[in-house]
Design a protein around this ligand. Structure first.
Ligand SMILES: Nc1ncnc2c1ncn2[C@@H]1O[C@H](COP(=O)(O)OP(=O)(O)OP(=O)(O)O)[C@@H](O)[C@H]1O
Length: 230
């Protein structure tokens, strides 16, 4: 579905290679040492970092030079990317229309997404008045309204405690199960991998390895992965 063909992803002095295909409806964890290039890989997939070599192909179409907002993907960044001066409802509405001129139907969609993440009562609140977990749920609601077929999450819940983090992961699983989206999630936590991932993309030494079934890989890690897991 989404293919990285002999891709070279470069940023400053850093470069990494990737050559694999992601399938619809699968959940991928991206793991690897700090600075190995996990965030860079996601940024390249959604078009914020151009490929230095190779191609990206989406459902048979070359999207190597397609702008980020024209790709069928949505990315949730580490800091949730909420705008402090906008209400919760407006922050979610941005997922549908950047100018926030929402139709009645779109406003309903936003309200439904907020209800799904149990934030219906906070539509008019500003992000600063919400807890960390609630802010994460606003960001998730924005991902939800976009309903794109590829969802990229870059360590979205790193700041949350274990219980809330698991709650968020379960919510993410529900969302992608409903829309049939492929999920690509960067994480440092092996528990997250066990909880959510079908497959693992291990990133190290300038390479994003092709996805491998999560259970198999975590039970029998190759030496580099074993060293990383400790
Ligand atoms: N904007 C940039 N310009 C130049 N180099 C960058 C830029 N962003 C990141 N890098 C470099 O790219 C490499 C990969 O960084 P990246 O953030 O993708 O790693 P990571 O695996 O996500 O790390 P972490 O787990 O610490 O978040 C690092 O060496 C980093 O210094």
């Amino acid at each position: 579905m989404l293919k990285l063909e002999k891709a070279l992803i470069a940023q400053g002095d850093f470069a990494m290679r990737a050559d694999f295909t992601l399938e619809a409806g699968r959940k991928y964890a991206v793991i690897g040492p700090s600075g190995a290039g996990k965030s860079t890989l996601l940024s390249a997939m959604c078009g914020f970092v151009p490929l230095a070599e190779g191609r990206m192909v989406w459902r048979g179409q070359d999207i190597t030079d397609t702008a980020p907002d024209a790709r069928d993907m949505t990315m949730l960044f580490q800091d949730n990317n909420l705008f402090p001066h906008l209400t919760v409802m407006q922050n979610v509405g941005l997922g549908l229309r950047p100018d926030l001129r929402l139709t009645v139907a779109q406003k309903q969609q936003v309200a439904q997404a907020l209800a799904r993440v149990e934030l219906a009562a906070y539509e008019q609140s500003k992000p600063a008045n919400l807890s960390g977990g609630q802010q994460s749920r606003v960001a998730l609601a924005r991902v939800l309204v976009q309903a794109r077929p590829v969802v990229l999450l870059d360590e979205p819940f790193a700041a949350l405690g274990p219980a809330l983090r698991n709650e968020m992961l379960d919510l993410v699983q529900d969302l992608v199960a409903q829309t049939g989206a492929a999920l690509v999630m960067v994480t440092h936590a092996p528990d997250d991998v066990h909880r959510i991932a079908d497959e693992v993309i291990f990133v190290e030494s300038g390479r994003a390895h092709a996805p491998r079934p999560a259970a198999d890989l975590m039970e029998n890690p190759p030496p580099e992965l074993r060293a990383y897991l400790g």
